[in-house]
Design a protein around this ligand. Structure first.
Ligand code: FAD
Length: 429
């Protein structure tokens, strides 16, 4: 590609996986002058473990970040099992009911899913980012579109910037989304998760706690999730249905470890022993909102990552989706420039590739929700209900998005697009 002058001014809001991915991808395009703004004082992770799915590995490799991740940074079960499901209710304690194994899709073994501390993922991405362009302690508080179509952004400390393109990578409670889609709302889903880390050496000393990735299922669709991460970290995450009447926050506040013990007092002894190890607990309330028809606003705003699909962590692949968004955004901008097109063409291509993807993902969730509602009407006893629910939810046909290769789709788009679609439009630079 020709070495263009830096003329497209871009602000990326948020230094999570989406924002860091965007920083890496935009850096590859010399015509883009970008700055990343993060409200926290340093770029840091939110919460602890996450699954690095196959699609996430694929993006990490393309972005150069995979090279910074060592085998000791994560946990991957040697037998290839991805997740065990154990029954854990009404005295049936710890019985293995189902194992969802990761499929072989012809991809390399080093792309097998694994569990990793979020900080490791974040740091691996950050190593590929030009940090002189990252401004921390910058909380975006106001957005205005000027008559020139440029976007003026104002931060809590009074700092102001004006850009051609605003990239909303500011997570599920996106300020950028509120600006572009003021009628869109997210709300509490009726369930919260509580998360913590204990030492692996302590957890795995418990008799009956396998060194595996495990959901321990209880009644009311509550569960305890246990797994080693890399090093001496062992993750405990639980999901508890809680009334909407209680005050809920979106993400990460301190909670009382006793709440965990009380909620799972009827669970089998290994889990009770595990909850006894917990000294520090964080609460994450699940918020979600409807699908956005488009991820583009005001012809100068694009949403990526959780800002673009407020799904509350569904499918455990949100970091992968975020990196895919960033990858497509960079490629779409480059494609538009290479074909003499404008920003509108680039954003339209981005939307054409990513919006249908999120429509299909929301569609899977709709089907699962319907199946669960029908299941609830059948009045099954607890262990049968869990059995049936797990069978439906973890069907392999629901997993396609974890194996999805966005670069193949993008190549097909580039092949399909005719140059005259963009001829005559203003240049992106
Ligand atoms: C319970 C749960 C489990 C999950 N498990 C997995 C998993 O196993 N695997 C997986 O891939 N994904 C998982 N996810 C999803 C994953 O966490 C998200 O999809 C991913 O973090 C999205 O990245 P992001 O960069 O879009 O948003 P975030 O990670 O939320 O980052 C947003 C960033 O924007 C900053 N920001 C926000 N507002 C402003 C502002 N006004 N000004 C400046 N900066 C701002 C924030 O401080 C933050 O750094 C899970 C999610 C949940 C809820």
């Amino acid at each position: 590609m020709v070495d263009h002058p830096k003329t497209l001014k871009v602000a990326i809001i948020g230094g999570g996986p989406a924002g860091l991915g965007a920083a890496i991808e935009l850096s590859k395009r010399p015509f883009i002058d970008w700055t990343l703004y993060e409200k926290k004082p340093v770029i840091s992770e939110i919460s602890n473990g996450l699954t690095v799915q196959r699609n996430t590995w694929r993006m990490l490799e393309r972005m150069g970040a995979a090279r910074h991740i060592k085998a000791s940074d994560f946990f991957r079960p040697v037998n290839g099992h991805h997740t065990q499901h154990r029954l854990f209710s009404n005295g049936i304690t710890g019985k293995l009911i189902y194992t969802s194994a990761s499929k072989t899709d012809g991809g390399p073994p080093h792309h097998e899913p694994c569990r990793m501390h979020r900080a490791k993922l974040q740091q691996a991405l950050l190593k590929e980012v030009d940090q002189t362009r990252v401004l921390t302690g910058k909380k975006l508080v106001d957005i205005v579109q000027l008559p020139s179509k440029k976007i003026r952004i104002t931060f809590q400390d009074g700092f102001v910037d004006e850009v051609d393109l605003l990239v909303g990578a500011d997570g599920i409670r996106s300020v950028v989304r509120r600006f572009a889609f003021p009628n869109h709302k997210i709300s509490y889903t009726g369930a919260s998760s509580y998360r913590t880390l204990v030492r692996s050496s302590d957890a795995l000393a418990i008799n009956g706690l396998p060194r595996e990735v495990i959901f321990w299922h209880g009644k009311d669709a509550n569960w305890v999730y246990t797994c080693p991460l890399g090093g001496d970290d062992f993750e405990i995450t639980v999901r508890i249905k809680e009334p909407a009447s209680v005050e809920h926050y979106s993400w990460g506040r301190k909670a009382d470890p006793l709440h965990l013990r009380d909620s799972f007092a009827d669970f089998c002894l290994p889990i009770q022993q595990l909850t006894d190890l917990v000294t520090d607990l964080q609460q994450f309330d699940y918020f979600a909102g409807p699908r956005l028809e488009t991820l583009i606003g005001n012809e100068a705003v694009v949403l990526i990552g959780d800002a673009s699909h407020p799904l509350s962590g569904a499918f455990g692949a949100g970091a992968g989706f975020a990196l895919e968004d960033a990858f497509v955004l960079g490629a779409a901008l480059e494609w538009a420039v290479a074909n003499g097109g404008g920003l509108r063409d680039a954003l339209s291509l981005f939307d054409d590739v990513r919006s249908p993807h999120y429509r299909e993902i929301y569609g899977v969730l709709d089907v699962i929700a319907q199946q669960n509602a029908e299941l609830a009407k059948r009045g099954l006893e607890v262990s049968q209900e869990i059995d049936a629910r797990i069978g439906e939810r973890w069907k392999s046909e629901n997993d396609w998005m974890l194996y999805y290769d966005v670069s193949k789709l993008l190549s097909r788009w580039f092949g399909m697009l005719e140059t005259d679609r963009i001829t005559g439009r203003e240049s992106v630079c």
